[in-house]
Design a protein around this ligand. Structure first.
Ligand SMILES: Cc1cc2nc3c(=O)[nH]c(=O)nc-3n(C[C@H](O)[C@H](O)[C@H](O)COP(=O)(O)O)c2cc1C
Length: 223
C-alpha cells in the first residue's frame, strides 16, 4: 500500500474528522486496516495491560444496523441543543460559531450516510466502565485512546479519512447485540468511521488563540 509521504508534523496537523469527503463507493482493503492497526498496538497502556480489542465492521447488514442505531442516537443528540439550529444557544458567535455550524452540518451528513461508510472500527476495553475512581477511569481510557488515535494517524498517511464518533454509544447494548459483543464484559469506547478521502489535501484546523490560550505553566491561573 502506498503512503502519502506526509511529514510527522503535517500528519499531526492535518488529521481531521472527515465526513463529507469520504468515498463511500471505494472499499477499504482489509490489509490496509490491518497495517494501521499494527501502529495502534504500538501505543502505551496502563501497567502494559494491552487489553485493547478492535472490532472491524465491513459487513453491509451490520453497517446498516449500526447506521440505524447511530441515527436514533443522532436524533436525540441533535435535539439536545448542541447542534440543532443556527440560533441554538450552544453555538457561539463569530468565527468559532461558524466553524461549529460547519461541524454540525458535516455531522448531520455523516448521520444520514452512516451505513455507507466503507469500514467501521470499534476500539473496546475489557470490563464495564462504572463508578471507578478518576485514576482508574483515566487509566482505562488512556489505555485505548492513544492507540485509536495512532490508528487514525496511520490511516491518514494511507489516504484514509476517519472520524471519532460516540453517538452510537447512547445505544451501546443494541450495537453489542448486532456485533455479538458480550456487553457486560466489554466496553465499546467509540466507533471510528473509515474510508478513502476525496482528495488528500487537508488543512490544519483553526484553534482560537492556539495552544498558548489553553496552556498554563507551574500553577493554575488566578481568577
Ligand atoms: C469524544 C469525541 C466524540 C465525538 N463524537 C462524534 C460523533 O459522535 N459524531 C461525529 O460526527 N463526530 C464526533 N466527533 C468528532 C468531533 O466533532 C470533531 O473532532 C470536531 O468536529 C473537530 O473536528 P476536527 O477533528 O476535524 O478538528 C467526536 C470527537 C471526540 C473527540
Amino acid at each position: 500500500m502506498s503512503t502519502l509521504g506526509l511529514s510527522a508534523d503535517e500528519l499531526l496537523a492535518t488529521t481531521r474528522s472527515v465526513r463529507k469527503r469520504l468515498d463511500f463507493d471505494r472499499p477499504v482493503e482489509r490489509s490496509v486496516i490491518e497495517e494501521c492497526l499494527e501502529f495502534a498496538v504500538q501505543a502505551p497502556t496502563g501497567s502494559n495491560q494491552q487489553g485493547w480489542r478492535f472490532l472491524v465492521v465491513t459487513d453491509e447488514d451490520k453497517k446498516s444496523a449500526l447506521g440505524d442505531i447511530y441515527r436514533k442516537g443522532w436524533d436525540i443528540y441533535s435535539k439536545m441543543g448542541a447542534s440543532s439550529s443556527d440560533d441554538s444557544p450552544a453555538i457561539p458567535a463569530g468565527n468559532r460559531g461558524r466553524q461549529q455550524m460547519r461541524v454540525v452540518r458535516s455531522a448531520a451528513f455523516l448521520a444520514e450516510n452512516f451505513h455507507r461508510v466503507p469500514a467501521m472500527v470499534i476500539p473496546c476495553l475489557p470490563g464495564r466502565m462504572g463508578d471507578d475512581s478518576s485514576m482508574m477511569s483515566a487509566s482505562s481510557l488512556a489505555s485505548i485512546i492513544p492507540s485509536a488515535w495512532s490508528f487514525m494517524l496511520a490511516a491518514r498517511e494511507r489516504a484514509l479519512g476517519t472520524c471519532w464518533t460516540t453517538i452510537h454509544l447512547l445505544f451501546e447494548e443494541e450495537a453489542a447485540e448486532v456485533l455479538e459483543i458480550p456487553y457486560h464484559e466489554i466496553t465499546q469506547i467509540a466507533l471510528i468511521t473509515v474510508g478513502y478521502t476525496l482528495g488528500t489535501d487537508f488543512k490544519p484546523a483553526t484553534r482560537e488563540g492556539g495552544a498558548e490560550a489553553v496552556t498554563y505553566w507551574d500553577s493554575w491561573p488566578k481568577k
